[in-house]
Design a binder for this molecule. Structure first.
Ligand SMILES: C[S@@+](CC[C@H](N)C(=O)[O-])C[C@H]1O[C@@H](n2cnc3c(N)ncnc32)[C@H](O)[C@@H]1O
Length: 255
């Protein structure tokens, strides 16, 4: 599949299934079983600031910032259905944002060197062009502007967990590598009654692409939440989360 076909396939999935994801993976959550913005305070005070969310989904993270008096909110997503949901959700709460329906890989119709923050909660990993996307995000930010994003931790995909079909790989409480950490090839994954196409990038791929785009990394977080780390784990997912990061979060500053 070429990049255009991958984007089209993922767009179809999100247009068909947007309602199933309403309000999930949004701030203050950065990811499942992961420390939250309430613990991390990566954004700090956003009052009066200009924020652009990449892959804004149902708009719940935009509302999170609207509640904290953000000055200007913009959201980009390739799914019109997600944007319709986001627009309605913000309006119900007395807020508004500027929305753009576009793949993040495209040059977005937004002002350059304008935003104080660009961020994405479980969105960036969908890009078919990581370097191009980071370069464009850098161009939308002011100097010293902040880029924050979370995504699956690479190890999470490489190590078998509780999916029924991987049950064969989990034995005697051991987790098993079933995919190479170095494998960045795209793969298809059935979800609900649809299919998505993703790849699993190495952590160094993100770090090096950020550096090349002119960012300096201020923080990289690989920390599952305290409750999971301290709990007596009864399910496979939680046992896994005690042993490796499920998500990763980066905070970078544009030089
Ligand atoms: C896990 S959801 C993010 C949810 C979001 N954080 C929220 O608060 O609802 C991923 C989103 O990425 C969008 N997406 C997937 N591929 C994209 C692409 N190439 N460009 C822009 N958006 C994309 C999907 O439409 C979906 O809304």
């Amino acid at each position: 599949m070429n990049d255009e076909q991958i984007i089209d396939k993922n767009k179809k999935y999100w247009n068909d299934h947007a309602d199933l994801w309403f309000g999930t993976t949004a701030l203050p959550q950065y990811g499942v079983r992961f420390v939250t913005e309430d613990d991390l305070h990566l954004f700090g005070d956003v009052s009066g600031k200009r924020l652009l969310e990449i892959c804004c989904g149902s708009g719940h993270s935009l509302k999170y910032h609207a509640d904290r008096n953000a000055g200007e909110l913009w959201g980009v997503d390739l799914s019109q259905k997600q944007l319709d949901n986001a627009k309605a959700y913000l309006a119900e709460n007395g807020y508004q944002a500027k929305f753009l329906c576009s793949p993040m890989e495209a040059e977005l119709d937004v002002p350059k060197e304008y935003f104080d923050y660009v961020y994405s909660i479980y969105g960036i990993g969908w890009t078919t062009d990581l370097q191009g996307t980071f370069d464009k995000i850098a161009s939308y930010l002011k100097k010293d502007g902040i880029f924050i994003f979370s995504w699956h931790h690479t190890l999470h995909y490489c190590v078998a967990w509780s999916c029924e079909e991987r049950r064969d790989l989990i034995e005697d409480d051991k987790l098993v590598f079933h995919k190479s950490y170095f494998d960045e090839e795209y793969f298809k994954m059935p979800v609900h009654d649809g299919e998505i196409v993703l790849c699993n990038r190495k952590i160094s791929t993100y770090v090096n692409a950020l550096a090349k785009a002119g960012f300096v990394i201020e923080q990289m977080v690989e920390q599952n939440d305290e409750a999971v780390m301290n709990a007596e784990c009864t399910d496979d997912k939680s046992r896994k989360a005690k042993m490796l990061p499920i998500s990763v979060c980066f905070k970078a500053r544009k030089l």
